[in-house]
Design a protein around this ligand. Structure first.
Ligand code: ATP
Ligand code: MG
Length: 583
């Protein structure tokens, strides 16, 4: 099977012998069997131009002449004859990536370089340095070009020659990346050898337009009861996970990835500025749950240079887009965008851009909007794929009105707000039901979950109100006391251990039962055990009902009654059993 593509441009189609020559060259250079695609380019009336990923080879007379001139200029002294030199150049001539316009480094340091002489360089273009390291253009002024460096700056000094590549930054994409941990340039960092993939995509790409999109109406189940029941996420949606440090943000994302097992959804996890050990731990956790098979981890760790942190989410998005355009469903997690914004701020300040609010540059909104806009649910004509994004943002002391959080809240289709006080009180996942929202709403739920959990948000809102009112009251009337107990039961029901996603049917059974007061009388600390007994028992007794609910995704009134009746009897049995135990 061909593992990638190489494009050959010329005005005349190459003959068989030439084609074989190119194929041999590709195998020798890349050690891979690449598919050679010919593109008619009327302007190239002599010779060929070959493009493989980021590399361009020029086989035209101009290209050859440029190479000869370089050799001659390097070696010529006034006394020497030009002919032997030319002969020499011809014999030592070797095809190499295109040297087009060249510039000179004026200053290098702190991961950036300023270069003069590159008049035609464009924003985002890759520049090639003498020592084979790469940089990306981020600043264009009349006199010079500012670029960020992806490798160490050891081999670069003032006066070094820089070449334009004519290409914007791209990363390898393809199935071969699944199960791997790579850096934002697509190089594997998990010690499992090279990635055998040769599809390339630019890291920056225009988001799908309005016509190409379709409404978000298919659920992407996280397996987390509090999210799936109240803030459902649909395929193609962007849902922000926001909260202070250590409130379980990453856990929600990784649990969602684990829950996609067997659901035909590819996952990309982008780690930005995290400790390498945390990323390794996460990869190990996913592997343990069999989730690495369909997951790519793109990691720019805290020790990497800021430019790598800056491109990481775009690189991950390009890898995800590849699958979306093939009609697949993809989930991407950006963990986290606050660190991304900080990396971009550092780069911008080094490039002398004027600082704005909180010292972020003026275009920090665009930084994230162009990234998150690339998430979409494509129309059937475009293959029907989807890209769901779960960006993560860290707040300081719960302040959601800081610059970056407000920006991203306004870009996304809702947020899941995690609160430290809930987390420390043991309410995990620490979802704040009042402040969280999903703007896609019930469209992104199966009818069954929607019907089963319909009043949950309202009931919890009432409970919160009562709770505040009765904080200091000593004698409560019976009705209020019952409502409080009911609310406490619901809150306890929403607690969920990590790495334990609920199946669809479990959610329906639990929601139906709890909202019909089946938790009444059960001691709070016994609720998890009770729920386990209830779901297991129901699934055994009514296997056909469960099958029907799962296959249709709907809950008929009759099935609902069956669940409620069953929950009632389990509740009765539980209470009598516990009573006899205490006696
Ligand atoms: P950071 O700000 O460091 O990125 P975070 O907000 O991503 O942290 P996590 O790393 O997901 O938080 O979780 C913090 C800790 O809380 C972890 O040790 C995790 O095991 C624990 N934790 C998270 N969710 C739960 C849960 N539902 N039940 C029990 N423990 C949990
Ligand atoms: Mg985290």
């Amino acid at each position: 099977m061909k593992t990638g593509k190489a494009y050959l441009y010329s005005s005349l189609r190459p003959d068989e012998r030439q084609e074989k020559g190119f194929a041999d060259f590709l195998i020798k250079r890349y050690q891979q069997d690449l598919e050679l695609i010919w593109v008619n380019e009327p302007e190239l009336d002599h010779g060929f131009r070959l493009e493989v990923g980021n590399d361009i080879y020029d086989w035209s007379p101009e290209g050859l002449f440029r190479q000869f001139r370089k050799t001659v200029e390097r070696r010529s002294t006034e006394k020497e004859d030009i002919i032997p030199l030319l002969k020499d150049a011809l014999s030592s001539w070797e095809l190499s990536a295109l040297p087009e316009e060249t510039g000179t480094v004026r200053m290098v340091g702190d991961g950036i370089a300023r270069i003069s002489g590159l008049e035609n360089a464009s924003y985002g273009e890759i520049l090639l340095f003498e020592d084979d390291s790469r940089g990306m253009v981020l600043n264009l002024t009349d006199e010079e070009v500012g670029c960020v460096l992806f490798d160490t700056e050891e081999g670069i000094s003032a006066g070094s020659v820089v070449r334009r590549s004519g290409r914007n930054a791209g990363v390898p994409v393809g199935e071969a990346l699944l199960g791997r941990v790579v850096n934002p340039l697509g190089k594997p960092i998990d010690g499992k050898g090279p990635v055998q993939s040769f599809g390339y995509r630019p890291i920056e790409y225009a988001a799908p337009g309005i016509i190409d999109r379709c409404p978000v109406d298919t659920p992407l189940e996280t397996g987390i009861l509090s999210i799936d029941s109240m803030f459902p996420i649909g395929r193609g949606q962007r849902e922000l996970i926001i909260g202070d440090r250590q409130t379980g943000k990453t856990t929600i994302a990784s649990d969602t990835i684990i829950n996609q097992k067997g659901k035909d959804c590819i996952c990309v996890y982008v780690a930005i500025g995290q400790k390498a050990s945390s990323v390794a731990q996460l990869a190990e956790n996913l592997r343990k749950h069999g989730a690495m098979e369909y997951t790519i981890i793109v990691a720019a760790t805290a020790s990497d240079a800021d430019p790598l942190l800056y491109i990481a989410p775009y690189a991950g998005c390009a890898m995800a887009e590849y699958f979306m355009l093939q009609g697949k469903d993809v989930l991407i997690v950006y963990d986290d965008l606050s660190k991304h914004a900080v990396a971009y701020r550092t780069i911008s300040l080094l490039l002398d851009r004027p600082p704005g609010r909180e010292a972020y540059p003026g275009d920090v909104f665009y930084l994230h909007s162009r990234l998150l806009e690339r998430s979409a649910r494509l129309s059937p004509e475009k293959g029907g794929g989807s890209l769901t994004a779960l960006p993560i943002v860290e707040t300081q002391a719960g302040d959601v009105s800081a610059y970056i959080p407000t920006n991203i809240i306004s870009i996304t289709d809702g947020q899941i707000f995690l609160e430290s006080s809930l987390f420390f009180a043991g309410q995990r996942p620490a979802v704040n039901v009042g402040l969280s929202v999903s703007r896609v709403g019930g469209d992104a739920q199966t009818k069954a979950v929607k019907k089963a959990g319909g009043t949950l948000r309202l009931d919890l809102a009432q409970y919160r109100e009562l709770e505040v009112f009765n904080q200091f009251a000593s004698d409560l009337d019976e009705e209020t006391r019952k409502q409080l107990v009911y609310g406490q039961g619901l809150m306890r029901m929403l607690r969920q251990n990590l790495n334990r996603p609920y199946a669809h049917i479990d959610k329906v059974i639990i929601l139906c039962s709890a909202l019909s007061h089946a938790l009444d009388g059960v001691l709070l600390e016994q609720i998890p055990e009770f729920l386990l007994q209830l779901t297991d028992g129901f699934k055994q007794t009514y296997a056909d009902v469960c099958r029907r609910i799962d296959s249709t995704g709907d809950l008929t009134e009759k099935d609902r009654e069956t669940i409620i009746r069953y929950a009632g009897t389990v509740n009765e049995q539980w209470l009598t059993q516990k009573q006899s135990q205490t006696e």
